[in-house]
Write a protein that binds this ligand. Structure first.
Ligand SMILES: Cc1ncc(COP(=O)(O)O)c(C=O)c1O
Length: 351
């Protein structure tokens, strides 16, 4: 049987998404979703959908949605690609821009999907290790056909300075995909670099700041030649009708998104301070999650203790660089206070 499966697929491990537990009373802080409701306009548009439209295929090139995204970023619709989550955008970038004998680069640690996508396409990987403080130092003469630059980075939550990103893309001959999944939670972003440099694409998602992980909508902005290549190879109807409509109204309602982001940023500040008071090392987050090294207890012990109290965070134990840390999504303020109480009880040895 297995000889029917491509060797590279046999050899690879699939991506392991964070757990999606069902059930009452669970505080879910493990997949960087947004705890707040999306725009109320999403509810309205859903009530207005005429189910007759569902018997037809959706717009294959998502014109109305791309118009709204182009307006948001001050560009043309020819600069905008939309996909089934930014995960699809990332996968298509490898397929469009990396030859069979080409290579994919990314920082280590960063989003653990990149190596999986490279394995699927069976192309060489050229990861670049971050420094012990999770900063970056590019090796001299480094090259790759495509580099995934996650900014703010996951799981470290840290942002790289725009001036550093700009110097990097200027000196890099391959395509740089700046993965800005968390940019709405940050003080600066690199969207304009995608309009300034021919080799830069900036990707965003509605899964985090817009509270819409369930609809699967990601997009990217770049020069029309690169965007056109992605349109050539995508699935014919990669974004379904409901997602196109929901995304359109959600993006138009910037006020709701920004209010939710402000609440998360405020809670992030409060929880970071409390964890630092406990002596935990907390990276200076520019995202909707915290990267935390506990004190007085190991990361896996704290992970298990929280789990026993129905609080789920993310632990990446299979890598020496990440095994001492936990990644904690910023939930609502009450959820995070319960998280802090639980941490306190676990440190005191209370069950
Ligand atoms: C850095 C990064 N990029 C992309 C994604 C995926 O986003 P989407 O839900 O749009 O596929 C994630 C999800 O956690 C992420 O952390």
């Amino acid at each position: 049987m297995s000889e029917r499966i491509r060797k590279s697929v046999q050899a690879m491990s699939g991506y392991v998404p964070g757990e999606q537990p069902k059930g009452e009373g669970i505080i879910k802080l493990n997949t960087n979703e947004n705890p707040y409701l999306p725009s109320p306009d999403v509810q309205d548009i859903l009530s207005m959908v005429d189910i007759a439209v569902l018997s037809r295929y959706p717009d294959p090139v998502c014109i109305e949605l791309r118009k709204v995204i182009a307006e948001l970023h001050g560009c043309d619709i020819g600069n905008v690609f939309v996909g089934n989550g930014s995960d699809e955008v990332l996968a298509l970038c490898i397929r469009a821009f990396v030859e069979r004998d080409g290579s994919v680069g990314y920082f280590d640690p960063s989003y653990s999907l990149y190596p999986v996508l490279a394995n699927i396409e069976d192309v060489e990987q050229r990861p670049v290790s971050l420094t012990p403080a999770f900063g970056w130092a590019m090796p001299t003469n480094y090259s790759a056909s495509l580099f995934f630059l996650t900014n703010p980075n996951a799981p470290t939550s840290l942002i790289y300075k725009k001036s550093d990103v700009e110097s990097f893309v200027k000196g890099f001959s391959g395509v740089v995909l700046i993965d800005e999944a968390y940019a709405d939670f940050a003080d600066e972003n690199c969207m304009d670099l995608a309009l300034k440099y021919d080799n830069v694409i900036t990707a965003r998602t509605l899964s985090k700041s817009y509270s819409l992980a369930g609809i699967r909508l990601g997009y990217c902005v770049g020069n029309p030649e690169l965007i056109g290549a992605m349109y050539k190879i995508k699935d014919s109807y990669n974004v379904n009708y409901l997602t196109q409509e929901i995304a359109r109204v959600a993006i138009l309602d910037q006020d709701t998104m920004k209010a939710n982001v402000s609440a998360i940023v405020e809670t992030r500040r409060m929880i970071s301070e409390k964890l630092e008071e406990l002596g935990f090392e907390v990276c200076d987050s520019q995202s909707n999650f915290l990267w935390v090294k506990p004190l007085g207890i190991t990361a896996p012990e704290l992970f298990k203790g929280l789990r026993a109290k129905n609080i789920i965070v993310r632990y990446f134990g299979n890598d020496a660089r990440t095994k001492d840390y936990l990644r904690v999504t910023v939930g609502t303020a009450p959820e995070m206070l319960s998280f802090l109480d639980a941490v306190d009880e676990i440190l005191k040895g209370e069950e």
